[in-house]
Design a protein around this ligand. Structure first.
Ligand code: 5GP
Length: 189
């Protein structure tokens, strides 16, 4: 499909800091946009409906699936998350670079659907640092933290499938590295 080279998929385990990295990149390069996914998970402090996610009910999510309004979706730690077609295809058609911050299963599905997309895996500096960041957020129960740590291990094992790999030991430096990837791909290299 036209404009696939404008799609950048960023994944990494929960706590790798990918949201911060993408926010820093977008502050420096506002022409790069970011999709807002639909999710059934509960809002966390700091979340804003329509900005961090579209927070919807399971019934509403299933309705979107039935309408083919999602280009990919997954069940992550007990909740649905999905990328809306309306967030992706108009930007591709207009040639606007756009970042999808999604987990590994979704990333694989996007790459199958749009082979010209670039997948980028953001690694935490270490698993110990990842656990420290997850706990430091103080927003999740111990059970949820354990579930996210287990999922982190599974996700890191799939990092090799990604086109590009970055380590987030410093968010600004990692954002600059991500921008270098985007600039190169937009230039067709
Ligand atoms: P969180 O609950 O921490 O906001 O997100 C949990 C995981 O779901 C993160 O890895 C995040 O990148 C991923 N995620 C967010 N939106 C989507 C989406 O639309 N599709 C998929 N496949 N994963 C998503």
């Amino acid at each position: 499909m036209q404009g696939e080279h404008c799609l950048f998929v960023v994944s990494g385990p929960s706590g790798a800091g990918k949201d911060t990295v993408v926010a820093r990149l977008r502050a420096a390069h506002p022409a790069v946009q970011r999709t807002v996914s639909a999710t059934t998970r509960a809002m966390r402090p700091g979340d804003e409906d329509g900005v961090t996610y579209h927070f919807i009910s399971t019934a509403a999510f299933e309705q979107k699936l039935a309408e083919d309004a999602l280009v990919e979706y997954t069940n992550y730690c007990g909740n649905y998350y999905g990328t809306l077609r309306s967030e992706v295809e108009p930007r591709m058609a207009a040639g606007i670079p756009v970042i999808l911050v999604i987990e590994v299963e979704g990333a694989g599905n996007i790459k199958r659907l749009y082979p010209g997309a670039t997948t980028v895996f953001v690694m935490p500096p270490s698993l110990a640092e990842l656990e420290r960041r997850l706990r430091g957020r103080g927003t999740e129960s111990e059970e949820k933290i354990q579930s996210r740590l287990q999922r982190a291990g599974q996700e890191m094992a799939l990092a090799a499938n990604y086109d590009e790999h970055l380590v987030n030991d410093d968010a600004d430096r990692c954002a600059a590295d991500l921008w270098a990837v985007i600039e190169r791909k937009l230039a067709g290299k």
